[in-house]
Design a protein around this ligand. Structure first.
Ligand code: BGC
Length: 430
């Protein structure tokens, strides 16, 4: 049974993120005190320590404007369970006001005719000028805004515990060869080299990062975005699969089913040296009050310094009426305002969705992320994450997840066979 949590946050449970938010909240409270209006119900899967702190920023901002917040949090990293729950709610004719829906899936919901539009807010707030076109484009269905972006996550990151690395006499690896060599030294020093959680979406996250390192961005684009059968069945795919499976040597035996944030806590508490994971992991380090560059290290995943796998979280809006509609439009407006973008992303580990904000409060990892996002957008190297629903539609993604995770866990499947299954999976789903 999927674990299913509703209304699980309270205002007092999570501290506010920073002085800036507290001041802004106080100001907006005094301006809008008695403005009791509608309520929004928001479905999301931000339930780990860092994620919940980030989600709470939006709840507090809504409440400060006098709106109600019904939390519809469905636990499960990567959001597969949340999407299943959302489908059953929508099918019974009772969708929430807003839901964490991303990438091409926004188009799928748009096609069902269930999404409401945000053009009035978007015009009034000048979203067309605020957002990079790559981001704005994903938020529109049939030319109209139906979703609002909360952030930009980078998926191809490596996180490290500096004490553990030092005890093993190694540095953060910059290539896959260095990663495997460091792994041996770390193992000999008595630590787990790579913390991992054996869940399909985490396997896929690591797999796409390895494929990016071994094949480069052009190959990534052909195989995992364009689903080119030649690329999917190629020697390069076989090499990516074999290298991915070799990573098992660096992982521990108890990884099966482990949640991603538990894997991050293994790096935090020094049981493991490193984790390959998107920068929502930084939210966990931040929640543990650790400082980037001192208590923990971040670096582009080995072999991928010239690339950026992006994952943009967004809230899509369902068709709702009356006071709920009014509250929903306020929610959309707040999400792109500087107060939310700063406080949420400081807690979440991501960078703001709008590039015009002052980044002085952000740490070195976030600043590197922004710089690399902009550089790769201009020079090439920016690719959508398949593992995080930015590249292909949900059915194709599911079929690829199955192949990746089955291959990773099978004792007797050759990489050639897995590559062929990848070709079949993509064809069947097209
Ligand atoms: C989402 C993140 C989330 C992560 C782990 C990703 O797909 O984009 O917001 O933190 O999954 O649940």
């Amino acid at each position: 049974m999927p674990s299913f949590k509703r209304n699980c946050f309270t205002a007092t449970r999570f501290p506010r993120t920073g002085l800036a938010l507290a001041t802004a909240l106080a100001a907006s409270l005094s301006m809008t005190s008695a403005h009791a209006a509608g309520e929004v119900e928001v479905l999301h899967w931000w339930t780990s320590g860092g994620e919940a702190r980030a989600a709470n920023v939006l709840k507090e901002l809504m409440e400060a404007e006098g709106y109600g917040w019904q939390d519809f949090a469905v636990a499960g990293g990567g959001g597969e369970t949340a999407m299943t729950v959302l489908k059953s709610r929508a099918m019974s004719g009772n969708p929430p006001s807003a839901a964490q829906i991303k990438g091409p899936e926004i188009q799928e919901w748009g096609e069902l005719g269930l999404l409401g539009e945000l053009d009035e807010v978007a015009d009034a707030e000048g979203w067309d000028d605020l957002l990079p076109e790559t981001v704005a484009d994903i938020m529109r269905y049939d030319g109209q805004y139906v979703a609002v972006p909360v952030n930009v996550h980078r998926v191809n990151w490596l996180w490290g515990n500096p004490d553990v690395l030092e005890q093993a006499g190694v540095e953060m690896p910059t290539t896959l060869d260095e990663l495997f060599a460091a792994g041996e030294a770390i193992r000999e020093a008595g630590f787990i080299p790579l913390a991992h959680g054996g869940q399909a979406w985490q396997d896929a996250t690591v797999f796409e990062t390895v494929l990016l390192a071994t094949g480069g961005t052009e190959f990534f684009q052909r195989a995992l975005v364009d689903l080119d059968p030649e690329a999917l069945g190629s020697e390069q795919m076989i090499e990516a699969l074999e290298t991915f499976k070799r990573l098992r040597e660096l992982m521990d035996e108890d990884m099966s089913g482990r949640d991603w944030n538990i894997a991050t806590s293994m790096v935090i508490n020094g049981d493991a040296a490193m984790q390959l994971m998107g920068d929502w992991a930084k939210g966990e380090f931040t929640a543990a009050e650790l400082t980037a560059g001192e208590d923990y290290l971040c670096a582009a995943a080995p072999g991928t310094a010239d690339a950026f796998t992006f994952n943009i979280d967004s809230l899509a809006m369902f068709r709702v009426e009356g006071e709920e509609h009014e509250a929903q439009q306020a929610l959309a407006r707040l999400v792109l305002e500087p107060t939310f973008q700063e406080a949420f992303n400081l807690a979440k580990g991501s960078i703001p969705a709008r590039p015009d904000l002052d980044m002085s409060e952000f740490d070195a990892c976030a600043r590197q992320s922004l710089e690399d996002f902009q550089r790769t957008a201009e020079e090439g190297g920016l690719v959508p994450s398949m593992a995080h629903g930015m590249a292909v539609r949900a059915d194709v993604q599911g079929a690829i997840f199955d192949v990746v995770t089955n291959y990773f866990n099978a004792r007797d499947m050759e990489a050639e066979q897995a590559a062929q299954r990848m070709v079949n999976a993509a064809q069947a789903a097209l």
